[in-house]
Design a protein around this ligand. Sequence first.
Ligand code: SF4
Length: 112
Amino acid sequence: MQSKISRRAVIKGGLIAGALVPAMGLIGNTAGAAALTPLDPNDPMAKAVKYAPDGSKVNAAANPTFKPTQKCANCAQYQGKAGDASAGCNIFAGHSVPAGGWCNVWAQKPGG
Ligand code: SF4
């Protein structure tokens, strides 16, 4: 008898855990940047603006407007706060860009 109850309890517990895991995923996704997909450097629009997820690897000779101080984190289009590892970009709806990324439409964030 006891073993029947515990088996039922285990099954019930498993069902609850199974239901909670996807629900927790949804909660995580509503927390902002998690709903965004990282911008693919091979995306045609990303390529058009010479997007680089790592600004330290930008070829300065091929990108005359580039300066090492220019990063997504201090760009006017960046939607993140100081200290965010990545955030949305106004140019690339639905995608996130790393704080250290760069593209050739970079413009100084006001006050930054
Ligand atoms: S527009 Fe600014 S924030 Fe967006 S990818 Fe280019 S440099 Fe980064």
